[in-house]
Design a protein. Sequence first.
Length: 760
Amino acid sequence: MIELDRRTFIKSAGAGGASCALATLLPGSLAALEQKPLQGVGKEVASICEMCSTRCPISARVVDDKNVFISGNKAAKSFGGKVCARGGAGHSLLYDPQRIVKPLRRVGERGEGKWEEISWQEAYKTIAQKLNQIKQDHGPEAVAFSSKSGSLSGHLFHLGKAFGSPNTFTHATTCPGGYVIAAKAMFGTKVKRDLSNSKYIINFGHNLYEGINMSETRGMMKAQMDKGAKLVVFEPRFSVVADKADEWFAIRPGTDVTVALALCHVLIYDNLYDKAFIERHVEGFDAFAKEVKAYTPEWAEGISDVPAKDIRRIAHEFAAKAPHAVVDFGHRATFTPEEFEMRRALFAANILIGNIERKGGLYLGKKAKTYNKFAGDKVAPGLGKPGVEGMPKPQAKRIDQVDEQYAMMWSSGGIYQTILDATLEAKPYQLRAWVMSRTNPMQTMTDRALVVETLKKLDFVVSCDVYISETAAYADIILPESTYLERDEEIADKSGKNPAYYVRQRVVETIGDTKPSWQIFKELGHEMGLEQYFPWENMESLQLLQLDRDMARYDEIKQKGYVSYGKPLMLREPSMVAAFVKQYPNAKPTDDDGTYASAMSFKTPSGKIELSSDKVEKMAAGRGVIKYREVKLKQDNELYFIQGKVAVHTNGATHNVPMLANLMSDNGVWIHPVTAGRLGISSGDKIRLTSSVGSEEGTALVTPGIRQDTVFAYMGFGSKNKELARATGKGVHCGNLLPNATAPVCGMNIHTTGITLAKI
Ligand SMILES: Nc1nc2c(c(=O)[nH]1)N[C@H]1C(S)=C(S)[C@@H](COP(=O)(O)OP(=O)(O)OC[C@H]3O[C@@H](n4cnc5c(=O)[nH]c(N)nc54)[C@H](O)[C@@H]3O)O[C@H]1N2
Ligand SMILES: Nc1nc2c(c(=O)[nH]1)N[C@H]1C(S)=C(S)[C@@H](COP(=O)(O)OP(=O)(O)OC[C@H]3O[C@@H](n4cnc5c(=O)[nH]c(N)nc54)[C@H](O)[C@@H]3O)O[C@H]1N2
Ligand code: SF4
Ligand SMILES: [Mo]
């Protein structure tokens, strides 16, 4: 057993080679193993990146037995054969001496940093005994399972369901929940944006040039650089997207909904909207138009600080480029408690100009089944979902389904932060254990102190990670997962305008005693006596089940890594439909106008797009029609505190990856010169940020690129556990300043709050 006390930590962190010195002390870390040459498994292996959950297709090879060179998979055209800086740094994670490569058991208090190495068998046995005991005493629902979505969450949740618990959670309410629930309410399903073909893009704080998604980022670059698209950005600070925009408006945080509604007001009352489209495909227009009457640009200016004349002009410019224009509905949807209304208002502006299934607008994903139906032919093979018969039906209700208004939340997403309420206040019943994988809520949920309290109160906590993350530091057992470069996973659907599949494949032989998620949770399932629910032998047998044992297809996807079928199709785009019909002789006959408009259907109660919704009204009275409600995000004497992504780090995940930590290890706090002057603060000064729940020390970065009433910090910094040595204590910990609050209907965890600032 090795104890890492604060003095040892500071001593080693102060030295030049700090990270290695510390790592040699850490039990279960890679540094403890003999460093052998890297063994690749093939010359060039097509796989999938996991440096962030965008999961871009990559191609990787081992160079000189000691490094992995990663580039984009050229077969995936929209990704341009490229990776971002984080994607290129995968080898730095793989070979990091501080990575954990042995299961660990806590031997001190939670969070104290005392660990011992144990065998996998011992880890499984301990977890199985603990969880089965809790199940026997309190029912399976007393255990929550959480993971960032992806292959890993699939396997963890399968275990959770086999165990009988309904309580499975992804990061949904800290990220996409707002726009996904808004899309479900309006379109009945998720929608995508066709940025690359857009001639006019209106962007509300979607910073694609730092919050990177290779395909969308490149799409927007292409639109701007090759096609001369105009980009208008509403953002409280001068982000990189704002810097590359034609126009930037420093909007007041949390007030985007007013500008979006005012754009809709102008589109409707200046007669700029697509009446034919509305008549044919949209329900609830009249109620919406009536509500929006009061939401004039002048009204919006008073709340958002965006000049009314600009809102009016932008609405006209936007409509002039219709339908090849788009209001980007954003990604991280946690700016305001009114996220549901805000994201619906952004969708509404798109619906009004009829850009649905048009180039440069919004569209629905075309998976094999849909695509083949239109082609009248089996153009793309499907992908099987190997299921297991007789899975137990959970007896208890989910902890987040206490109120009808949250009924649209999908069950493998869930309202993540309700784990805190259920543990601390037994609301709606007592949680007793939390099994998590690839998630670091201590950084990425809100109110760090509350998360600590929750983890301390639980009877049992398991974390599966590649590091002793800030959250894993409070676990009883840590399971070391192999990095993505060392593991195989299922074939995944990557369909966009046409069907596509891709697959993660192991690039190098496993280093250390780590395992992939599918194996960890299967083996744990066996130990828990649930082996009947895990009939597959290994990943290869799972993949073959997905492919209906088609060996030719198996070989193709393993060789290419990414396979797409057919031509891009947007149902209302005449040129695309014409090319499609030409290609497929049995294709469904088109309408008279040469499109598939009449075949467009939506999974809403009316089968149409619902601008206003009876279903929503029944779930949450007063919300059937999109409406503005005032919110108070800060006290009058406070400043808004907002956050965002930085290009060289991912969420609460990469701050200890050596190469990326070297690039950036601190997050200066952006403050406007007028605000800084008033408080006597200069760039480089040590400052204190204080909110209703926490206080953080940081370094000032005085810049005119932010509103006077707002401060900004990149998220994910300032880790407080000593094991994450390269990140510990560096910068402001955003989650420590944010109170835990939940938005209506979509359940989002809110990331904007009020703070006061002072020079130290
Ligand atoms: N390099 C990098 N790329 C990533 C990630 C990463 O961590 N690092 N994470 C990935 C993930 S998980 C996601 S969800 C996406 C997220 O991508 P984005 O949605 O772009 O995420 P953020 O950078 O968190 O937020 C965008 C911007 O919103 C601004 N903002 C804050 N409050 C408001 C407001 O009230 N109104 C407006 N209009 N703007 C506001 C912030 O200043 C920030 O610049 O990025 C993905 N790509
Ligand atoms: N204050 C504030 N909070 C935020 C945000 C913000 O902007 N501000 N952004 C939000 C957004 S958009 C998102 S998506 C969430 C993300 O929050 P989370 O879902 O918590 O995910 P990450 O922070 O991306 O990664 C979590 C953990 O995954 C581990 N990990 C990395 N690779 C692997 C692997 O291959 N296997 C396993 N088992 N573990 C691995 C990392 O070490 C890390 O500890 O955070 C949200 N929280
Ligand atoms: S955006 Fe970058 S880090 Fe994220 S998956 Fe793609 S290449 Fe990897
Ligand atoms: Mo996210």
